[in-house]
Design a protein around this ligand. Structure first.
Ligand code: AMO
Length: 447
């Protein structure tokens, strides 16, 4: 009798198997399938370690016990895809404490050899080589763990917003102009016209606020043609965007971000134990309120604590963010909001009477890295047009947006959160590209 397993989709015909983690030592017979992770040949005895998405299992072929299968397994190669039916028996030495005595063995696909990249052995390979061979690199259990963790993290994030009544939206990736600045746009040919890849859903999120959608989120993609060579920038970004209306001020937006992030991190801490183990991460959920400091306080702190002055006095530089992150992390706060950046874009609420801050724009710094930007928007189109004129922004490029907001727009705000950076920080990876399956940077278009 076969045991029922985790892979049993009712309506789809599938090859019969269960996941390696579901193999119980007292089952009579089970079927497993996966890649050949390791082969150990000890003469009359061959150990195959088979890897599926959830783990590893050892299959022991004995010449004396199953001569035909033993003969067949002589040709096996690393990364072949195999299926084994067998009897589980307890074993102290085997991964997971159980191994299989094979009754049936079949090769579903043979892998070419030699492999350009080792999967099972922990050899030190530089990131560039790993990314050149990403198709194989993605097979490593600790790499797969990054992406199953991401899936759990974002499912929890979306769950929070669904439960709070946010509408899941989809905005266009092809646009006539940009939201974040001309120099960072990727031009494309759109039929016979010039167009661009979207930098941010920002303008569309705001149009939806004007349209009365009240609260929206989007798990999407943004493109930035920045010419960077850093460990925290890529050209194609996974972005989580949020916008909500009828806010009192930017603190309501920060509340949403803080609660949703805490919820998602909690879910990971609870439901991604195996991934966190594989990645050797001890994830601390920030249960206390995230500190909210003003931009001026951030500058003061950098000066007095570290003697550091950002080159551009209207923004925090990378080093400043890192120092600030370390300072607050030491006090038990991995996440801190910096609020009230000066000289902000026309779409942020600025110079509000009674405010001590220059604008209602904030950034979230998480473990020393800017994770998101957002704030309360300017919903008065006349004021926006004035600021655009002062800043020298071409109004014509934004006419569709200004017009949309001119027909009655509730007070609103939102933010964009870089999902890849969040994953990088949660998993403790050195480079953002490790947190992206197929990353894009100025030099990488393949695979
Ligand atoms: P911003 O341009 O700050 O704001 O982007 C939001 C967040 O996206 C991530 N990010 C990046 N991640 C990797 N590589 C890049 N090149 C890159 N650029 C940005 C960061 C950043 O904090 N329209 C506003 C959002 C809003 O106000 O709604 C915006 O896009 O984590």
């Amino acid at each position: 009798m076969m045991d029922a397993g985790t892979v049993s989709r009712n309506s789809l015909p599938m090859i019969e198997r269960i996941h390696t983690v579901d193999v119980e030592p007292d089952a009579e017979e089970v079927a497993i399938a996966g890649h050949v992770h390791e082969i150990r040949d000890l003469g009359g005895l061959v150990f195959l370690i088979v890897r599926d998405r959830e783990g590893l299992i050892q299959v022991v072929f004995k010449e004396e016990r199953e001569p035909d299968l033993f003969e067949a397994v002589q040709d096996v190669g690393s990364e072949d895809v195999v299926r084994v039916v067998g009897e589980p028996v307890e074993s102290g030495q085997a991964p997971g404490g159980v191994e299989l005595v094979p009754h049936e063995y079949e090769v579903l696909d043979e892998a070419a050899s030699p492999l350009p990249l080792e999967i099972a052995k922990d050899v030190d390979v530089d990131l560039s080589t790993r990314l050149d061979n990403r198709a194989l690199d993605l097979r490593k259990p600790e790499v797969l763990a990054v992406f199953t963790l991401r899936s759990k993290l974002m499912a929890a994030m979306e769950e929070w917003f669904d439960e709070e009544g946010f509408v899941d939206i989809k905005t266009p990736l092809i646009s006539k102009g940009g939201a974040e600045g001309g120099a960072e746009l990727f031009p494309i040919l759109y039929y016979d016209r010039d167009a661009f890849l979207s930098q941010s859903p920002q303008l569309y999120k705001q149009i939806l606020m004007a349209a009365g959608y009240e609260a929206v989120y989007e798990t999407g993609t943004a493109f930035r043609a920045e010419n960077f060579a850093t460990s925290r920038h890529v050209s194609e970004i996974a972005m989580f965007d949020v916008e909500l209306a009828y806010i009192e001020d930017h603190h309501d937006v920060m509340d949403v971000q803080e609660e949703s992030l805490r919820y998602a991190l909690r879910a990971v801490a609870e439901n991604a134990e195996r991934e966190l183990d594989l990645l050797d991460v001890d994830l601390e959920v920030p249960e206390d309120d995230f500190p909210r400091i003003t931009f001026d306080e951030a500058l003061d702190l950098l000066e007095t604590e570290f003697g550091h002055f950002p080159e551009d006095p209207t923004d925090l530089d990378t080093k400043g963010e890192k120092l600030l992150g370390e300072y607050f992390e030491e006090q038990g706060h991995p996440a801190v909001f910096v609020v009230g950046y000066p000289d902000e874009k026309f779409y942020y609420m600025q110079d509000v009477e009674g405010d001590e801050i220059a604008s209602r724009k904030f950034d979230l710094i998480y473990k020393g890295l800017e994770l998101s930007s957002g704030g309360q928007r300017q919903h008065n189109v006349d004021v926006m047009r004035e600021v655009m004129a002062e800043e020298g922004v071409e109004e014509a490029n934004f006419e569709f947006y200004l017009e949309a907001l001119d027909f009655g727009t509730p007070p609103h705000g939102g933010y964009g959160l870089g999902i890849d950076r969040l994953l990088q920080k949660v998993t403790g990876l050195d480079n953002i590209k490790e947190a992206i399956m197929f990353p894009r940077d100025p030099n990488r278009l393949e695979p």
